[in-house]
Ligand binder design. Structure first.
Ligand code: SF4
Ligand code: SF4
Length: 303
């Protein structure tokens, strides 16, 4: 099998979040298993990044946690950006961005923040983003945009990811007006179908549901993530995607083995062979995954 090029590394440099969103599967696991807050040290991160032979195009901070809880995060981003032509991006709730110096944020070279924010004021925002402070986030957004304008800078781009629920779907147009006036992109997405989500689901808005959008006819398509992306948790464990919420299927550990070996190793290759229907007697996280059940994201017969 041809070894694919890893295009994206997504990493958690902490295992915690400052908010308590009711449907967040990671928050539920943290609570159930009483997991203590832990950060990845800069030195550990540096060893990993400096040992990388595969340089991805995209390096994403924040998968299941809030990256701004790690005080070294912008130093880490700066290190990644010292490697050529990498796009660095962070998924964040942005509540803690004002605990960092603005110069450190800009000097890190980060290209984009995708901010989870689904309201237009404190009341609508905290119905889901429990523990969040809407005005604090909005003020930080304004401050970053102003700094960019004053210094004629294009990056970092700020984007809002507005999850549409029953309680906020009537606010879509108001949210567009609010953020477009600040020159901030806003995307709308319905919540994923987590356990207990029924009471939260919007009545009219149905965008971005893989299950509903897929053609039900059999096609030659399958999930392409293990060809493109690797996900790494705070302990260095590697996963092919974020669908394995229980973090049961680990494909190696970058603190023990080089990432290149893991990416090119037999376990990830077996997952790729499984997804191409070439083998079936392997343990994989895909069996109950909606992406797998619906024949993947796209037609990738040429992989
Ligand atoms: S902000 Fe994100 S990681 Fe934090 S609790 Fe909410 S959904 Fe989970
Ligand atoms: S099919 Fe689902 S579980 Fe399997 S690699 Fe793709 S996203 Fe992950």
């Amino acid at each position: 099998m041809n070894i694919p090029i890893c295009r994206e590394i997504m990493i958690d440099v902490t295992n915690y979040c400052n908010l308590s969103c009711p449907l967040c599967p990671n928050g539920k696991i943290r609570k159930k298993e009483k997991i203590a807050h832990k950060n990845m040290s800069f030195e550990t991160f540096q060893n990993f990044v400096c040992g990388l032979k595969i340089i991805p195009e995209l390096f994403v901070f924040g998968n299941k946690c809030e990256p701004l809880l790690n005080k070294s995060v912008f130093e880490m981003i700066k290190l990644v950006n010292s490697k050529n032509s990498i796009f660095t991006l962070m998924f964040t709730n942005f509540n803690l961005i004002d605990t960092f110096l603005i110069d450190d944020i800009f000097n890190s070279g980060i290209k984009q923040f995708i901010i989870g924010l689904d309201g237009i004021d404190q009341n609508s925002y905290t119905q889901y983003r429990k523990g969040g402070d809407f005005d604090r986030v909005l003020n930080s957004i304004k401050k970053i945009q102003e700094y960019k304008k004053n210094n004629n800078l294009q990056f970092p781009v700020l984007s809002i990811m507005f999850i549409v629920f029953k309680h906020n779907e009537h606010l879509i147009e108001k949210a567009k007006t609010l953020f477009e006036a600040l020159d901030v992109r806003i995307d709308f997405k319905r919540t994923d179908l987590y356990d207990g989500c029924e009471q939260w689901l919007p009545e009219k808005f149905t965008k971005n549901i893989i299950i509903e959008e897929k053609n039900t006819e059999q096609t030659s398509s399958f999930c392409i993530l293990p060809w493109r992306k690797a996900t790494i948790d705070v302990d260095g464990n590697v996963f092919p995607c974020c669908a394995d919420e229980a973090l049961e299927f680990k494909f190696g550990n970058v603190f023990e083995t080089s990432f290149d070996k893991i990416w090119n190793g037999s376990e990830l290759n077996n997952l790729r062979l499984f997804l191409k229907n070439k083998i079936n007697d392997v343990k994989v996280p895909c069996i109950n995954c909606p992406v797998y059940k619906n024949n993947g994201y796209t037609d990738v017969a040429n992989i």
